[in-house]
Design a protein around this ligand. Sequence first.
Ligand SMILES: *[C@@H]1O[C@H](CO)[C@@H](O)[C@H](O)[C@H]1NC(C)=O
Ligand SMILES: *[C@@H]1O[C@H](CO)[C@@H](O)[C@H](O)[C@H]1NC(C)=O
Ligand SMILES: *[C@@H]1O[C@H](CO)[C@@H](O)[C@H](O)[C@H]1NC(C)=O
Ligand SMILES: *[C@@H]1O[C@H](CO)[C@@H](O)[C@H](O)[C@H]1NC(C)=O
Ligand SMILES: *[C@@H]1O[C@H](CO)[C@@H](O)[C@H](O)[C@H]1NC(C)=O
Length: 624
Amino acid sequence: MICIILVAGHGTILENEIKEDSSGRYCSLEGIPKALLPGVGGRKILDYWWDAINTRQHFKEVYLVTNADKYKHYERWATARDFPVDNIINDGTTTFNGRLGSVGDLDLVLRNKHIQDDILVVAGDMLFQDHKFDITQVIHYFRRKEGELAIYYDMEPTENITSRGIVEVCPQTNRITQFLEKPSKTETQSRQASVVFYCFQRETLSSIPTFLQNNPDVKQRTFGEYMQWLINETQHEVYGMKLPTGFQLIGQVGLADYEKWLLFFSDKQTDQRCMVPYTAKAYARIGLMGNPSDGFHGKTISVSIKNFWAEVTIIESPKLILVPHPLNDPTEFGSLGDLHGISRKEGYLGGLRLLQATCKKFYQYCSEQGIALPKRNFKLKYDTNIPRQVGLAGSSAIVAATLRCLMHFFDLNNSDLPKPLQPQFILDVEIDELFISAGLQDRVIQVYHGAVYMDFSQTIMERQGHGIYEYIDQDLIPGLWLAYIRNPSDSGKIHHDVRERWIAGDKDVHEAMKTFANLTDLARSALQIGNHSELLKLMNSNFDLRRVIYGDAVIGAENLRMIQLARQYGSSAKFSGSGGAVIGLCLDTDKLAELKSAFQTEGFVVCDVIPNPPITDNNGSAAR
Ligand SMILES: *[C@@H]1O[C@H](CO)[C@@H](O)[C@H](O)[C@H]1NC(C)=O
Ligand SMILES: *[C@@H]1O[C@H](CO)[C@@H](O)[C@H](O)[C@H]1NC(C)=O
Ligand SMILES: *[C@@H]1O[C@H](CO)[C@@H](O)[C@H](O)[C@H]1NC(C)=O
Ligand SMILES: *[C@@H]1O[C@H](CO)[C@@H](O)[C@H](O)[C@H]1NC(C)=O
Ligand SMILES: *[C@@H]1O[C@H](CO)[C@@H](O)[C@H](O)[C@H]1NC(C)=O
């Protein structure tokens, strides 16, 4: 790819006003071209562009097109900034009226340097917010799309659409459907302004001579007119990518504009959002009723619980740092024997890999969706008190909390990654990156919190790309207890073949999955009318069915013991997840106290479930 920076504009009005300014503040800037004026922070406007472009080896060559009037200034700049002087092209013009127009300047460099390659073109005299985009992402997005790419931004309320090229963009495909050069207020609702910042496919470059032939008047030789022509006359596919910064000082502007926008961007430069630490919590969950969570479609009711949580904290940092957790990602040990003991018991899989995998997938998602991320680094650290290996969804909690941190840090909201699709994102991190086999339900409850009825029926999933998720009023959930094995270990777990049987179409497994779904509907009705003895029965049926399908060897002796113990005290009991922890409903308070004591005597950990209310979105309303 070749990069072409256009700085051949004659900034006549600004230059004259600087010359005539009587305050004395600008006397050192007399005669300096717009691109070499100080930007935010005092460095030259062109320096910021050169930094953005020169960071990676994306470009075979970078060319700069200037006019004869200002050529010397750019030659000096190039020497100071290690820019190859041979790559500066002089368009020979000395006045605004004698200009070639920006498309004319592009044509000049294409012919002069015999360019036959994809190109990126920018106007190097536009002011923008530093670090607000990453050129790598722009180029990756261009490579994904079979068409041209136009950069646009959301206009500030004070800006006037009648002074810009306005684009209308299809929200699904990001394809530009209309390009309107300096439209009137009535022509469009859009406030998305396109700037001279484009990527063109090499095949498209041959259309430029045709365009110039059709438009002999230099007033028409602007990129606005060219893009409008490409889209309307030649039916080229042009895609849009929105950058999280505005661009200013476009075309003929005066000193007042220069002062105003310099101040505006200086004020924006410190983004408080990122300077203060932000912490996101995701909670453990219990499966109150329904299908096992391995993606068998079906229905479930899950409840988010406050007892256990994972939290992740993000803050801006010069380098991107993932902080290892002292307990879960140990890197220092008392001795070799100590290392052996810890590794044998806990394995090698701490939480750090979850942070890393989530960051990777997040970048990938944004690149695919054309969501431009500011070039800004962060530090991520995590903590968790969710017991390991007992099926309380500890790993996905860390992924869910990391996702919320990243969305906050990069100022993304549910329009960028719709809430019903966030569970799938979390699951994809675990399946694609970490090879964890799992289903959606834990991730749904960790995105929504509260108590949620979920329907994963195949037809629904295929139609809308996600299940039906409906809150159940939290006040309807009766008091539950939770018990778990104190020292679970992975090595004791026996592999089961239920998933294989399900895929193979095993009749018993499929019938069981339908029954689980039916139990869920019955449980929802029981909750709604407050019939807790019915709920108790249904919970027991739920476990009994699981036992039949999975078999006692897979269920495991310790798990079975917890279930039996609970039932001795008249309580219901079922797995909270895939084993290691059980939940139950005991309607008799005296019996409940005896039950807890019996569990403790046998070495299990037992506690009361504390339900966690539905998550509130930024606007304060309960999420849907
Ligand atoms: C926008 O620009 C048009 C044409 O230049 C002008 O007539 C109009 O008053 C401007 N509107 C605002 C709000 O500045
Ligand atoms: C471009 O084409 C669309 C429909 O194809 C039309 O609605 C629109 O007015 C045209 N725009 C211009 C500026 O010609
Ligand atoms: C997301 O933010 C954009 C602007 O930043 C806003 O227009 C949109 O309404 C927001 N969407 C949601 C779902 O909050
Ligand atoms: C589930 O419920 C439906 C409707 O109530 C019923 O027709 C079906 O037989 C039930 N299936 C099972 C497996 O219990
Ligand atoms: C509640 O459920 C129990 C047990 O299933 C049943 O016997 C009873 O009739 C139900 N009560 C009501 C009011 O529906």
